[in-house]
Design a protein around this ligand. Structure first.
Ligand code: NDP
Length: 447
């Protein structure tokens, strides 16, 4: 380690940074990790985990309603937001503690301060202390983007949404991606009037068009209002709430405005230029396949690189970095066939190519679908249809894309993604006996 305070100094204790720090320490490196908020990062503190708990909480609205058709008399049900909010925040605190303990038990020094880079091997902490490291890993994640419109400061982002003092009666959500659609579902189930405004006429752009259409159709039938081709113009405080003006539509008055307009890499003020670390137009650290930046001793993993903004990808990048640099086991992340999901109501899940991507790649494709009503929904009188879609390469019948919307779609797709990743054919799915009665059996009965 000749002359350095640490073998590895990690900036940011989120999913990628924690994995890299822990595994590098287990490989024998002397490691420190700096974090200026809470150990755990976006996913644990203000992202995937608390969001999923809210999704569970929200779904009770439908379950309690449907329970009557299954013979349950539940009486008058009511929802108390502070109870759910505080229980979720309690769970977040528990996980924050668990992540801290894991790092400590691996001998990683946790420094709860902001750190900035001052050179290829040097950093300065908020307290003024200066440290050196053989390798620096930037794992600072991303931060919500807020459009530059008058009055934008009256809105909140996914950072604040978990702390709301009370449930709004009316909310406007700006954006048409993951966070917008997930929170549209959550707020709607909590009886809040939701209006979603999107700058184009396409929501969830990266998903298959038939699945997107179904999602939109179900959300509209539930009562969520959509304003398409609507660019936010201004936000104004008015008695009793906010007046949000947009292009092509009348202004909307709401109690709360949530921005869900993408996340930008967190590199501002990090001092990267002092070490010659190049960033792209969005501020993302440019890295090679080993996550190495344009400065040989500085690496970056996770959302700050803007490769694929998903927690499990950041974790893989952190693991590959640690194994390669400190474990004598060089490895790279395979970005092919990454499954993803939108935890909307109902959820969406997908792996591989959409039909239109596959058509562009192969010219023609074979498509198989199942459009059905889940047995539970039939008895409940819930007129909501699931859609499963399989896209196959025409020559070999290899499955190149699987797309689903319906109850438990992410749980089902994770298992099916193994088959898609393994390059199995439609015939291999057909050769598998159906597990009856289940929704997943539709995957081996596709026509
Ligand atoms: P997304 O990229 O999913 O969606 C952003 C949305 O905002 C798009 O509809 C986009 O429109 C729109 N938009 C972007 N810039 C502007 C602007 N200046 N004015 C108006 N609209 C704009 O981002 P999210 O914020 O929803 O989520 C951030 C990331 O976090 C996601 O990309 C995802 O990787 C991750 N995430 C993953 C989840 C999961 O795995 N379930 C859940 C939540 C977040 P357009 O389509 O026209 O670009």
């Amino acid at each position: 380690m000749a002359g350095y305070d640490y073998d590895l100094f990690v900036i940011g204790a989120g999913s990628g940074g924690v994995r890299a720090a822990r595994v590098s320490a287990a490989h024998g490196a002397k490691v420190a990790i700096a974090e200026d908020h809470q150990v755990g990062g976006t996913c644990v503190i203000r992202g995937c985990v608390p969001k999923k708990l809210l999704v569970y909480g929200a779904h009770f609205a439908e379950d309690l309603h449907d329970a009557a058709k299954f013979g349950w008399r539940t009486g008058e049900a009511s929802f108390h937001w502070p109870t759910l909010r505080d229980n979720v925040l309690g769970e977040v605190r528990r996980l924050n503690g668990a992540y801290t303990t894991t790092l400590e038990s691996h001998g990683v020094e946790i420094i709860l301060e902001r750190a900035v880079v001052t050179g290829p091997h040097s950093l300065k902490l908020f307290s003024g202390r200066e440290v050196t490291a053989k390798i620096i890993l930037v794992a600072t994640g991303a931060w919500p983007h807020v459009p530059d419109v008058p009055g934008a400061e009256h809105g909140i982002t996914s950072n604040e949404v978990f702390h709301l003092p009370e449930m709004p009666r009316r909310i406007l959500i700006s954006g048409g991606g993951y966070i917008a659609n997930e929170f549209a579902g959550i707020f709607h189930e909590f009886s809040c009037k939701v209006t979603l405004i999107n700058r184009s006429d396409t929501i969830l752009r990266s998903y298959d068009s038939q699945i997107r259409d179904r999602s939109l159709q179900i959300s509209m039938a539930k009562g969520i209002a959509f304003r398409m081709n609507a660019e936010l113009e201004s936000v104004e405080k008015v008695p009793g709430g906010l007046k949000v003006s947009m292009t092509n539509h009348a202004p909307v008055e709401v109690d709360q405005l949530l921005f869900a307009t993408g996340r930008v890499p967190n590199t501002a003020g990090l001092g990267l230029e002092s070490a010659g670390v190049e960033t792209d137009v969005k501020g993302a650290v440019k890295v090679d396949a080993d996550s190495r930046s344009s400065c040989a001793s500085i690496f970056a993993v996770g959302d700050v690189t803007n490769r694929v903004q998903l927690t499990p990808v950041a974790i893989r990048e952190g693991q590959a970095f640690a194994d390669t640099q400190f474990g004598g086991k060089p490895g790279r992340v395979d970005y092919d066939c990454i499954p993803s999901a939108v935890f909307s109501h109902p959820p969406i899940a997908a792996v591989g190519l959409t039909e239109s991507e596959a058509r562009q790649k192969y010219g023609s494709v074979r498509v198989y679908t199942s459009d059905f009503r889940a047995m539970k929904n039939v008895l409940a009188g819930r007129n909501e249809r699931a859609l499963y879609k399989m896209v196959c390469e025409p020559e070999t019948d290899r499955v190149v894309g699987l797309h689903m919307i319906g109850p438990d779609a992410p749980e089902i797709l994770q298992a099916a993604a193994v088959a898609v990743k393994a390059g199995l054919t439609k015939q291999a799915f057909d050769d598998t006996v159906a597990l009856h009665p289940s929704m997943a059996e539709e995957l081996v009965l596709l026509k």
